[in-house]
Design a protein around this ligand. Structure first.
Ligand code: GDP
Ligand code: MG
Length: 457
């Protein structure tokens, strides 16, 4: 099976330094198979692999992790990023009644999902776990649903029944009325009735066709939706790309709802649709029941698509252990006042790797108090890179004994780093003050130490 083959590759790769091209390509061959097995569309697989490869080649393999495992972690992180990083909320920021337009192929779950979202909005925070949904669900909304599906005889009736079960109002059915007529009536009723949200459930076809797209586009123009959600079945395989592209080009979608994630599909459609449209996946349908609606979490779907969750958490645990060890080593040095320029360099790198202040904050004690002070100090990436370059131009001996850095050495360091001698002076002064402060840390307590550190940088 796949995981055995991957295991073999990982075994072969075990125990080398930075990731070389051969390591990466061997591991990526298995990742490619995993993505195809998860039903990610072929062109998206290719694009994904091309995107992650340069991130992996040359990357440091962290201690106690094999190169293959490291590649899997890098792939996972890239996958999370491609899936949108953070969970994305429903956007209802418009003058009410806010229109939400539901589009998609027939049988994708539009009508069911319309009722699910409407019920969730109607309930507001009631019966909801604190972090279950984003802010758009944190207030009760008055919702009106309308079915524009005149192609199937029972479609409007289906929504009416769901509305009754869910305790959500539906627009009364008028026989033989056409989609645009229903849309106008829904807007009128929405305004007249003081509704916050109008959900328009459109008809689907078994496959994309021009007539469907023209009809949906006309409804869009008449209703000016704030959200246009493409509802798609998680089982959609290679077709996901065509479906998503067609709806996005012809109608313009703002988000995607993936349904039937309760089935055994690995969910590759999520990556395909997100990649092709650039639109976020906002919600998941996880069953036929009215409350089977979930927040989308990119990391969970990434793990499911890749099917290598064990490896990912193993690498994460290893990384945490190392960070903890490094932090402890640093803390010991700080206590003894032995914080040299190598330590400063390491801190600057950490700071930059973590994307700013959080890194240093997490590693040093008494974090929160100093944060404001450090933000004020404007420690942006450019400044950090410059300071790194200066320290890198020093010899190991100079880094351990900054006292020996006199005029001629300063000149050499400055020209090596493409900097002015004043900048070298400033950095050395900062470092000296940091060390002085660190020696006093026990007397002052952590709070005062961090505040002073923040003021100096
Ligand atoms: P529409 O044609 O796009 O409006 O699709 P429907 O909402 O009528 O759904 C078609 C079928 O899929 C119905 O039997 C639903 O109960 C079922 N369905 C919808 N969403 C889900 C889901 O998230 N999980 C499962 N298991 N079934 C779903
Ligand atoms: Mg329907």
């Amino acid at each position: 099976g796949l995981s055995k083959k991957l295991g073999d590759v990982l075994g072969r790769l075990r125990g080398r330094g930075a990731l070389n091209e051969a390591d990466v390509d061997a591991a990526l061959r298995e990742v490619r198979l995993a993505l195809l097995e998860a039903d990610v569309a072929l062109p998206v697989v290719k694009q994904f692999i091309d995107g992650v490869r340069p991130k992996a080649v040359g990357a440091e393999v962290i201690r106690s992790v094999s190169p293959g495992q490291m590649v899997v972690k890098i792939v996972h992180d890239h996958l999370v990023e491609m899936l949108g990083g953070e969970a994305s909320e429903l956007n209802l920021n418009a003058v009410p009644p806010v229109v939400v337009l539901m589009v998609g192929l027939q049988g994708s779950g539009k009508t069911t999902t319309t009722a699910k979202i409407a019920r969730r909005l109607t309930l507001g925070p009631q019966g909801m776990a604190a972090d279950a949904f984003g802010g758009s669900f944190k207030e009760r909304k008055k919702v009106l649903m309308a079915s524009l599906d005149v192609t199937r005889p029972a479609a409007q009736e289906q929504l009416r029944i769901l509305g009754e079960q869910a305790g959500v109002a539906t627009l009364p059915i008028v026989p033989f009325e056409q989609p645009l007529g229903i849309t106008r009536r829904a807007l009128d009723e929405g305004r007249r009735g003081g509704y916050d949200v109008i959900m328009l459930d459109t008809a689907g076809r078994l496959a994309i066709d021009e007539q469907l797209m023209a009809e949906v586009a006309a409804v869009r123009d008449a209703s000016k939706p704030t959200e246009t959600l493409l509802v798609a079945d998680a089982m959609t395989g290679q077709d996901a790309v065509n479906t998503a592209r067609a709806f996005n080009e012809k109608v313009g979608i703002t988000g995607i709802v993936l349904t039937r994630v309760d089935g055994d599909a690995r969910g590759g459609a999520a990556l395909s649709m997100r990649t092709v449209t650039g639109r976020p996946i906002k919600l998941l349908g996880a069953g036929e029941k009215i409350d089977a609606l979930e927040q989308f979490h990119p990391d969970r779907i990434a793990t499911r698509i890749l099917g290598m969750g064990d490896i990912v958490s193993l690498v994460e645990r290893a990384a945490e252990t190392i960070e903890k060890e490094d932090a402890e080593k640093l803390a010991a040095k700080v206590r003894k006042g032995q914080f040299d320029l190598d330590d400063l360099l390491q801190q600057l790198r950490q700071l930059r790797k973590m994307g700013g202040l959080q890194g240093l904050m997490g590693m040093l004690p008494g974090a929160a108090q100093a944060k404001a002070a450090m933000q004020k100090a404007n420690l942006d990436e450019k400044v950090i890179k410059r300071q790194e370059a200066i320290i890198q131009s020093m010899t190991p001996k100079e880094r351990r004994n900054p006292d020996i850095i006199h005029a001629s050495r300063k000149k050499r360091i400055a020209s090596g780093a493409g900097a002015q001698v004043q900048e070298i002076n400033k950095l050395l002064k900062q470092h000296a003050e940091m060390v002085k402060m660190m020696k006093r840390v026990n007397k002052m307590g952590e709070k005062g130490f961090m505040r002073s550190l923040g003021n100096m940088m």
